[in-house]
Design a protein around this ligand. Sequence first.
Ligand code: GLU
Length: 485
Amino acid sequence: MTKIRTRYAPSPTGKMHVGNLRSALYEFLIAKHAGGDFMLRIEDTDQERFVEGATEIIYRTLAKTGLKHDEGPDKDGGFGPYVQSERMKTGIYMKYAKELIDKGEAYYCFCDKERLASLKTEIVEGKEIMIYDKHCLSLSKEEVEEKLASGAPFVIRQNNPTEGTTTFHDELYGDITVNNSELDDMILIKSDGYPTYNFANVVDDHTMHITHVVRGNEYLSSSPKYTRLYEAFGWEVPVYVHLPLITDENHKKLSKRSGHSSFEDLLEQGFLTEAVVNYIALLGWSPEDNREIFTLDELIKEFDYHRISKSPAVFDIVKLKWMNGEYLKAMDFDAFYEMAEPYLAEALGEGFDLKKIAAMVKTRIEVFPDIAGQVDFFRTLPEYDAELYTHKKMKTDAASSLTVLTEVLPILEAQEDYSNDALYQALLSYIGQKGCKNGYIMWPVRTAVSGKQMTPAGATEIMEILGKDESVRRIKKGIEKLKGE
Ligand code: GLU
C-alpha cells in the first residue's frame, strides 16, 4: 500500500484562523493514524495577500500544538522546494502549463482589462464571476508567437470543454458531477508569472506525491476543474476530503468579528493549547462513543476521517470554556501555578500567599482570566448588600447573623493561630456550645469576610489568607452593616 502523505498548505496571510488550524490538525491526524507523512507547504504565490510575519505564525502554531511536520521548508524530505515562490523559480509551473498548451488543454490569453470588463458576468455562490468567452483560443499559432515575441502581457487559461460532464469523488460528499459548460476557463498562470492557487495546488500535490487532500469546502466547487487538470496530465487524482464550514453561534461563517476566530485570539483569552486542539478536533469530527476529552496521541489513535460530518460545525465558546476548565482541573498543580501566577499577581498585588489561592481556584475556573473575579475580594472587600446574610437553607437572616457575628468577634479577636485548622476548631467549639448547624455560623462569617455569595473557599480558609487584622476588621464591618449603621 502506498504511504499516506498529507499536506498542510497555508497561505501566509495573517493570524492562524481556527479553520486553518483544523485543516492542519485533520491532515496531521489522517497521516499519523495511518503511519504516514505530514508535510508543510507554504503557499505564498498570492503576493497581494502576503503579510509580513505570517510565516512565523505558521511555524510557531505547528510547534506549539504538537503538529510536527515530517517535511517542510525547514525539513527537506526530497520533495522540495516547499515554498511556492521558490518552486516557481524552478520553472515547474510554467513547464506544466506549457505541457497543457501543447495538449490543447490550455491557451495563452492576451485580453486586456477593458475587454475583460466588457464580458458577461454570472453570480456564483454570491460572487460576481466573469465568464471568459474563449476569445484567445481562436488565435493562430503565429499570432500567439508574434504577441509573445512583442512582449505583450498574457495569462494562461485552462481550456475546458463546453459540453459533457466532469465527475469527481469526495470522501464525504460522494460523487459530484457538473456540466462542463459551467466550468470557466480559469487562469493557471497570472500576468506576473505566478501560478494561481488553482493551478499550483494540482501541480504541487501531484509532484509532491500527496495522497490525501484535506481542505475547507469552499474549494469544493473548484474541484471539478482540478480534476480536469489531473485528467489532462494523466495523473491520479488524490483522495479529497472537504471539511464542513465552521460557523459562529449565529450560524454565520466564523469571522474576526466573533473575537475568537484565530488561535492567537484564543491564547490571548487564556485558553490552553491542548484544550483548543482537543476542541478543534471535534469541529466536524466525532468518535463512535460520546467521548470528548482527547490528548493529541489519543486523537491519532481514534481519528477515522470517514466520521467527519458534512454539517456545518458551530464554534461554541461556552463549550470550549467548559473543556478548558476540565483541562485545568486535570493539570499538574505546579504547571497550573506557573500559568496562573501572572493572573493572580495582577488581581491581588503583593502580600498574599498566591500558591494557596491558586489551589483554591484551580477547580473553579474555566479560563485564567476568570481568576480575577474569583479572588478580587481578598484584596478589597466589595460593597455588598445586607440581604446576602439571608440564606433559606442555612436558616440565617439579618438578625441571626448579627447575633452570630457579635458572638464570633471576641473569639476571633482572642485567636492567635490564624491557620485554617485552628480557626476551624475555634469556630467548631462555638458551634458545639450553641448547638446549631455549621452553616448557621459559617454562612454569616464567610459573607462578612468576603462580601460575596460565592467564594472559592470556606470562611476559615479565607481568614487564613486575610490574617487576623483584616478578618476582624471585616467582621466588624459586617456587624455595622447589619445594625444599619
Ligand atoms: N493555501 C490555501 C489556503 O490557505 C490552501 C488550500 C488547500 O489546502 O488546498 O486556503
